[in-house]
Structure formats: C-alpha cells, structure tokens
Design a protein around this ligand. Structure first.
Ligand code: CP
Ligand code: NVA
Length: 269
C-alpha cells in the first residue's frame, strides 16, 4: 500500500472503525486521511457526488460512516474508487466480518453455528443476518415487537440462508432466541442518531438485557459478543460483558485484521 491513501469520511463518531482503518493502513505501508463532518460537511458545503468525484482523484479507496444508507450508495455510484460502508443507519458490514472471524477463531468453523442476537433490530443485526446467512450461520433474533429488523432485509437474509443450510428466526422472546445458541450478541438500545429516543426505548428493551439469567438459556460456555461501545447495566451487565465467556475485545481486535484484508481485496493486492 506504499503511497496509497484511504479517505475516511465520517459523519458520526468512531473509536474502533477509525483506528482500525488508520492503523491498518499504516501497517500496510499506506496512509489514512480522516475527514469529519466538520471538515467537509457532505451534502452541506459540497454535494455527495462532488465529494466522491474529488476524492477519487487523490485517494485509492474511501471508507464512509453515514447517517443515511443512501449517502454511502451515492458515494459508491459517483466514486471511481472502491467505497466501503463503515456503518450506515442500515448496515455495518465491517463489524459483521470481524464477528465472523471471531466465531471462526473459537469454533474452527462457521457452517452450522447458531448465533442469537438480542435487542434492537438495527444496522448490526442486519449485517449479522446477511453475512451470517451467506456463511451458514443461523441467526435467531430476539427483539421487542416494535424494534424488529427491516422485513426486506429479513427476507433477503432468509433467501441467502436457505441456500446455505441456515435459518433466520425472529421472535419477541429473548429466552427462545437464546435456546441452544453457540454465541449471544447484543448492541446498544439507541444507536448513533437516536440518542433522543433513549429514554423512550429503555422500558421496551429492559426484558432484552443480556445478563446471566438470559445467558443460562444458551449452550453451556456460549460466547458473549458485543460490537461496542457497550453500556454496562443497560443492554448488557458488567458481569457478562467482562466474564469468562466474553470475546468483545477479540471482536474489536479483529476489526483491524478484516479491514486490512478488505482493503487488499478491493484493490486486488
Ligand atoms: N463497533 C464499532 O463500529 O465501533 P466504533 O463506532 O467505535 O467505530
Ligand atoms: N448500532 C450502533 C453500532 C455502533 C457501532 C450504532 O449504529 O450506533
């Protein structure tokens, strides 16, 4: 990657995604250039297509973290270099790649594993369903009735799962979702951009906390997973997040490895 630059166009905060991309580029001999909303104000100071066209003249790859999924799609349409979704309101594919690597490290396989996702049917849930299904990992999602994953994505994941001997299950019972799970996964109850809804969401999500009582429904020694940042005492208890079954910091480390691999793959290196 000597002489090559990755542009990081971020409309939202980040610890893991940003540092994993920047450190990854450094390790590969290239450079990461971070551009916050304050720097370029996509759609305000300059249109999304023009940002894409400009960046394409200087850098070899773009990673974008955006509010609206349509923004990252527009960047991809108008850029002449690869564009990586570094999180949108709809999907978080880099996270799901790291999570599948983490599962593979622990089980030495992915086909046939059962992953239970408990909580909000959000971007992380969507990407786990889509990527998991394509790798033979069955997903059972336990979520409040008003916070189910997008039905269109569920349908797409079900079609992919059917081709890979896997299943997608959506239930409002967290205990049912946890049944026989090889790994239990959760994420925050209010994602970035939804902070103002946090108080309203809390009561609906309380029964979906990943705690030792819920973990007891999974397979013995099931892994505990979280994309981070975590709110201990809300979606996950400290006891579980920091307990012996937790692999949350392996997931964080694996962001680095998969994102390096992703860049090399996209640039055919
Ligand atoms: N898990 C994750 O994407 O973390 P950041 O928001 O800190 O990048
Ligand atoms: N669902 C969370 C994931 C953060 C990495 C969010 O979008 O804020």
């Amino acid at each position: 990657m000597r002489g090559k630059t990755l542009a990081l166009v971020f409309e939202k905060p980040s610890l893991r995604t940003r540092v994993a991309f920047e450190a990854g580029m450094t390790q590969l001999g290239g450079h990461g250039s971070y551009l916050s909303a304050n720097d370029i104000d996509m759609g305000g100071r300059e249109s999304v297509p023009d940002v894409a066209r400009n960046l394409s003249r200087w850098v070899q790859v773009i990673a974008a973290r955006v509010f609206k999924h349509a923004t990252v799609e527009s960047l991809a349409r108008f850029a002449s270099v690869p564009v990586i979704n570094a999180l949108s309101d709809r999907e978080h594919p880099c996270q799901a790649l790291a999570d599948m690597l983490t599962l593979h490290e622990r089980f030495d396989r992915l086909q046939g594993l059962r992953l239970a996702y408990i909580g909000d049917g959000n971007n992380v849930c969507h990407s786990l369903m889509l990527l998991g299904a394509s790798l033979g990992v069955s997903l059972s999602v336990g979520c409040p009735p008003d916070y189910r994953p997008d039905p269109e994505i569920v349908e797409r994941a079900e079609r992919i799962a059917a081709d890979h001997d896997a299943t997608i299950t959506i239930t409002s019972s967290p205990a049912e979702a946890a049944e026989a799970a090889d790994a239990m996964y959760t994420d925050v109850w209010a994602s970035m951009g939804q902070e103002h809804e946090a108080a309203r969401r809390r009561p609906a999500f309380q029964p979906y906390q990943l705690n030792s009582a819920l973990l007891a429904h999974a397979s013995p020694n099931a892994l505990v997973m979280h994309c981070l940042p975590a709110h201990r005492g809300e979606e996950i208890t400290a006891e579980v997040a920091d307990g012996p079954q937790s692999v949350i910091f392996d997931q964080a480390e694996n962001r680095l490895h998969v994102q390096k691999a992703l860049i090399l793959t996209l640039l055919n290196l």
